[in-house]
Design a protein around this ligand. Structure first.
Ligand code: PFF
Length: 428
């Protein structure tokens, strides 16, 4: 449950719809599915296997299973933790802020211009979003220090199904809006002539980001699992859950985008601009809006905890720090690192890196470069370096059936490194 909590988060509900919107809709979605159910599944199993076999954080895990240069792959994961959580927390802060904006009735309109302006004014403010970013980081640190991972797990068990149900209700509302069918067609009727290198690259980075792969988050969680847990089943379940939530989020957002004539390639603001319009067209819209943003914030929290856990587990296991110290200092540094991301939608919007404003640049470095590189390393490591042991770990010493093991090995050895490497390089 905790690993599903890690996977299901802003990546599914905030990022997936706008990535699909920016990258041609259905073609993106189909490529995304293909990548998730081949490479994504395989890499996830690799991470669980490595983590549980080594019983350590990513740096320690590579160190103990093989050592040498492999340790640096673990460091890459820790670095990715810093980078990804820094902007992730900013966006999660937006979700918290939107709880209050929903309550105050500020969002009760379906006018694209008004909702766009509201989002722009809010994110451009130099203080307010940073305050919420701080609140979200503090919550994340508190969960990690309190060691209330058990609490997180119990919370996920109840609230994630609720989020799912809410998305179903919203999808029904969205799909029955006049003009919604154009959005459905955009989302589900592929036009492969629109596929470019950017589509592939976007789908790949989204797959890694959404499934929490490539930086050792699931490796860290794997290290807390007992030998009796069936990793193969767990991997399947998490992947299905994560994909179902992303699919639903697309089914909510994209039809609404077309129904209200928003711009599908509006980028990171898309969900925050589009959804309030849907709520405004529902009975008890404010209640649904508050519920939605509360659940989204919690979904983000169960993901951010796993991001910070990678950083903290490293400092605790390898550097001998106290958990409290690691969480506070790590969280503090990540908070500071997030400030330029927050400002990049306002006063610092003129400062760009490679044509992207700071928040998107951080996302790009984390999701399009570090996670895929981590994914290549993980699959090479399992496929070539520790395979017999990895298979034994995956099957729990032969206790669990794994008929697709040869396919897994083939994907780890060849398909994942070559495909991910190729997409990564062509994307750059
Ligand atoms: N999978 C999370 C989401 O979709 O929101 C984000 C994430 C969590 C990415 C943990 C990477 C990670 F290690």
């Amino acid at each position: 449950m905790a690993a599903s909590g890690s996977a299901v988060g802003l990546g599914n509900i905030w990022k997936f719809p706008y990535m699909a919107g920016e990258n041609g809709g259905a073609a993106f979605f189909i490529i995304y599915l293909a990548l998730v159910f081949t490479i994504g599944l395989s890499v996830m199993l690799c991470e669980f296997v490595i983590g549980r076999a080594a019983q350590r954080n990513p740096v320690g895990a590579y160190g103990i299973l093989k050592g040498g240069a492999w340790k640096y792959v673990g460091f890459l994961g820790v670095a990715a933790g810093f980078i990804i959580l820094s902007f992730y927390s900013v966006v999660a802060g937006w979700a918290i802020a939107y709880i209050f904006k929903s309550v105050s009735g500020l969002l009760a309109t379906s006018d694209p211009a008004a909702l766009g302006a509201l989002f722009k004014n809010f994110t451009a403010d130099p203080w307010e979003p940073i305050l919420y970013h701080g609140i979200f980081m503090a919550l994340t640190v508190a969960v990690i220090i309190g060691g209330v991972n058990g609490g997180i797990e119990r919370t996920s068990k109840i609230l994630m199904p609720l989020l799912f149900l809410l998305l179903v209700v919203l999808a029904v509302r969205s799909l029955t809006l006049p003009g919604a069918m154009a959005g459905l067609k955009f989302y589900l009727a592929p036009d492969f002539s629109k596929v470019t290198g950017a589509t592939l690259n976007g789908a790949l980075s989204q797959a890694f980001f959404s499934l929490s792969l490539g930086m050792g988050a699931l490796m860290t969680y794997g290290s807390y699992l007992s030998r009796s847990v069936n990793l193969i089943k767990t991997t399947m379940l998490i992947t299905l859950c994560d994909t179902a939530v992303a699919f639903l989020a697309g089914l909510v957002i994209l039809p609404a985008v077309f129904a209200f004539s928003f711009d599908p390639s509006a980028g990171p603001g898309l969900v925050f601009i589009t959804l309030p319009a849907v709520f405004a067209k529902m009975p008890l819209g404010i209640v649904f809006a508050v519920l939605f943003f509360v659940l989204l914030s919690i979904a983000a929290l169960t993901s951010s905890v796993s991001l910070l856990e990678v950083v903290v587990a490293y400092f605790v296991d390898e550097r001998g720090w106290q958990r409290r110290r690691a969480a506070t200092i790590g969280g503090g540094v990540i908070f500071l690192l997030g400030i330029p991301s927050s400002l990049s939608l306002g006063v610092w919007s003129g400062f760009t890196i490679g044509g992207k404003e700071f928040l998107s640049a951080m996302d790009y470095v984390g999701s399009n470069i570090l996670l895929p590189v981590g994914g290549i390393a993980v699959s090479l490591f399992v496929g070539w370096v520790i395979y017999p042991r990895a298979l034994d770990e995956a099957t729990g010493g032969g206790a669990h059936r794994f008929q697709l093991a040869p396919v897994w090995r083939f994907i780890c050895r060849y398909v994942a490194p070559i495909a991910v490497g190729w997409i990564l390089v062509s994307g750059l």
